[in-house]
Design a protein around this ligand. Structure first.
Ligand code: SF4
Length: 474
């Protein structure tokens, strides 16, 4: 019997979430739809949009891709000139509709909708404290604590309540909020996750990445600064910086892997950054090979940079099938390699009998690389070497990436690079040095969070930072 099942073909790290906000467009829901479409790579589990027209707040959210949740006939049902949107990959709480965002509540004759990218490291302690005081939670997301903290201080006005709520939370947050008449954006004082501000025809947009501005015809103005709160209403844009300036902890993994290459992130162009990572890899390690190739798409730009610097021919040795949905008919046992092969297929005459250097952006669990390398061995590649455009990922991430336990990390489980090379099935393996990675960004190391490489956490992680930490107690 055929059974339609969710069937993941990859163990690559997942994006954490994407947020978008617009103020001052007559069809704000449609602008948000296109904005979320551009941010789809940051989360594919659920999508949602909340809109306001000055009087009412409406919301639609659902499980699936943006194009599955919103259709041509649903957008006209969301009238208004301000909107926020969210695409989610769950890093705290299960992938269920009650955890989809924006998170909308009604309190004191006002509506508050919130969308959050990042992970709060003290959410569990805050939730226990709030529940002890009588708060009733509707979800198992860390983001919901922000709404409860906000509601507790609204009698003093929204701005003061925001400062209170954001002053209590710790960790990574790039947040957009909406009320009947206002759009609000806030970024944590260390600026872990990106958040950019743009403008169009007198209106404002805010997005996790600038690629969302290009799609809606907005111009990038600047980043929302770490620790800044922006409030936009009919009086214009109003910015406050109520928190003391802290050392930046921008997530360097955004530049290496997460963000789209056509985005400006932390003021840097992601595409050019990734090419420079490839340049630096070629300066550090150059085995005797016939060609250099990426595992598309994420390794493409570092591979281009490697080929440019080394003079070794660049080839697209594996071709990606772009038309794979997230759901498959489960293959039979006899087709157990289906998951590996359906996404990337090798160009056999190009690779058979050759010495090949593969450029990867990162190795997290190692199983995806291993499966792909085995596939290349099976078709007769003579030698397989790999370079990786970041150092070994040895420590878990508590700030919103889905490797929250060191047991998941192949570099944490194997002390020596040779052991990882053996696990993956490679003739040789080289990781970019920490200096080589940071140098490629054009920024100083002290601007970045490098915790997953060096174990130095700018904010102490909680003891249990698992994705389901709010669900174990129930
Ligand atoms: S630990 Fe790694 S993935 Fe997490 S925020 Fe820091 S650099 Fe990014």
């Amino acid at each position: 019997m055929d059974e339609t099942l969710s069937y993941s073909t990859s163990t690559r790290p997942r994006e954490e979430c994407g947020v978008f906000a617009v103020y001052g467009h007559e069809d704000a829901a449609r602008v948000a739809f296109f904005g979320l479409f551009a941010l789809q790579h940051r989360g594919q589990e659920s999508a949602g949009i909340a809109v306001a027209d000055g009087c009412q707040v409406l919301e639609r959210k659902g499980m699936g891709l943006v194009s599955e949740v919103f259709r041509e006939d649903t957008l006209p049902k969301l009238p208004g000139h301000l909107a926020i949107g969210h695409v989610r990959y769950s890093t705290t709480g299960s992938s269920v509709i009650s955890n989809a965002q924006p998170f909308l509540v009604h309190h004191g004759n006002e509506y508050y909708a919130l969308a959050h990218n990042g992970n709060l490291v003290n959410a569990h302690a805050l939730r226990v404290e709030l529940e002890d005081r009588g708060s009733i939670f509707q979800s198992t997301m860390d983001s919901e604590v922000v709404v409860h903290l906000l509601a507790a201080h609204l009698k003093n006005g929204l701005e003061e309540a925001l400062v209170h709520a954001l002053g209590r939370i710790e960790g990574a947050y790039s947040i957009v909020m909406l009320t009947r008449e206002r759009v609000i954006a806030a970024r944590d004082p260390r600026g872990f996750r990106p958040l950019a501000l743009g403008q169009f025809n007198g209106g404002w947009v805010i997005a996790s990445e600038t690629c969302a501005f290009d799609l809606v015809g907005a111009t990038y103005l600047r980043d929302v600064e770490p620790g800044e709160i922006i409030i936009i209403d009919d009086q214009g844009l109003h910015s406050i910086r109520p928190f003391p300036k802290l050392a930046s902890s921008h997530c360097i993994f955004e530049l290496i892997y997460f963000a789209r290459p056509d985005s400006q992130v932390f003021g840097k162009n992601v595409y050019l950054c990734r090419k420079r990572l490839g340049h630096n890899l070629a300066k550090e390690y150059r085995p005797d090979v016939d060609l250099v190739m990426p595992f598309p798409d994420s390794g493409n730009y570092a591979a281009l940079g490697y080929a440019e610097e080394s003079g070794i021919p660049f080839e697209m040795g594996m071709i990606r099938n772009h038309y794979i949905g997230r759901t498959f008919i489960q293959p039979s046992q006899a087709m157990r390699n289906f998951g590996v092969r359906v996404k990337l297929n090798p160009v056999r005459p190009l690779l058979q009998g050759k010495k090949v250097l593969i450029v990867e952006d990162s190795i997290i669990r190692g199983t995806t690389s291993r499966n792909r390398v085995k596939h290349l061995r099976d078709i007769g590649v003579k030698e397989l070497h790999m370079v990786v455009s970041c150092p070994p990922t040895t420590y878990p991430c508590p700030y919103g990436i889905d490797f929250s336990h060191s047991g998941e990390l192949v570099a944490a489980q194997n002390e020596h690079i040779e052991e990882i090379a053996k696990f993956i099935g490679l003739d040789s393996l080289h990781y970019l040095s920490l200096n080589g990675m940071v140098e490629a960004t054009g920024m100083e190391a002290n601007n970045f969070c490098l915790s997953c490489y060096n174990g130095r956490y700018p904010i102490s992680p909680p003891e249990d930072m698992g994705k389901f930490c709010f669900e174990k107690e129930t």
